[in-house]
Design a protein around this ligand. Structure first.
Ligand code: PEP
Length: 255
């Protein structure tokens, strides 16, 4: 049985004060049953990571980062290394989010190096993959995702832990959630590809999340799908009430 992971991607929202308020309130409302059945992570922006790390020291909520650079240190103005993230207690690092592929012009080679660099620091990359609307309309969505999986994982070994997030670009921040059937079909395809690369055993152990307009109202049916092992949640993770409802509804659907 794969333990579900629910990770909140705060994007470029929440400075130090808002982070502090959110975490203090969230900690009070998450109980042991939630931690037994799921892993919970929040991914604040870089400047809020340190305060978040201090506030989460006595908690089972994991800390995640939204991006990273692939070198350990050096003349890379504006970048943050995996070692720096590790030092402040980061466990998960989102790599290859579509907003970074699109706005930051990150290519497959760079994403593959980042995935490897995160693993080398004993953290867990959440590799994001997903097709754009026009690619789905052309019927090439599987080709696109297959390429992203093969290239993103090219420096990874079978023993390395990684998480995949299937995030169709047309579903991110648009309010258009993929149906459990659409997400589940692609996630089954991704699992098959992981099996071809690393073997069936690894594929069965690997968590594949869905991301794209998850809300408290749609998480239950998504989580019920056997191929969906949790969610990467953007907009709906910014309000404590909706993030908490997503967590509680997910747990309910596991019962
Ligand atoms: C995301 O940013 O990874 C995401 C899935 O965003 P949203 O939930 O807002 O669609």
């Amino acid at each position: 049985m794969r333990k579900i992971l629910l990770a909140g991607n705060w994007k470029m929202y929440k400075g130090i004060k808002e982070t502090e308020i959110f975490i203090k309130e969230l900690k009070e409302e998450i109980d042991e049953e939630i931690f037994e059945k799921s892993d919970i992570a929040i991914c604040p922006p870089f400047t809020s990571l340190y305060i978040a790390s201090n506030l989460l020291k006595d908690s089972k909520i994991f800390l995640g980062a939204q991006n990273v650079f692939y070198e350990k240190e050096g003349a890379y103005t504006g970048e943050i290394s995996p070692k720096m993230l590790k030092e402040i207690g980061v466990k998960y690092v989102i790599v290859g989010h579509s907003e970074r592929r699109e706005i930051g012009k990150e290519d497959d080679e760079m994403i593959a190096k980042k995935v490897k660099a995160v693993i080398d620091e004993d953290m867990i990359p959440i590799l994001c993959v997903g097709e754009k609307l026009e690619e789905r309309e052309k019927g090439i969505e599987k080709e696109i995702v297959e390429k992203q999986i093969i290239s993103g994982l090219k420096f990874v070994n079978e023993k390395d832990e990684f998480v995949i997030a299937y995030e169709p670009v047309w579903a991110i921040g648009t309010g258009k959630t993929a149906t459990p059937e659409i997400a589940g079909e692609m996630q089954g395809f991704i699992r098959k590809k992981i099996g071809e690369i690393f073997g069936k055993d690894k594929a069965e152990k690997t968590r594949i999340l869905y991301g794209g307009s998850i809300k408290p109202e749609n998480i239950e049916e998504l989580i019920k799908h056997p191929e969906i092992d949790g969610g990467l949640i953007g907009g709906a993770s910014l309000k404590k009430e909706s993030f908490l409802s997503i967590i509680k509804n997910s747990i309910r659907s596991l019962k």
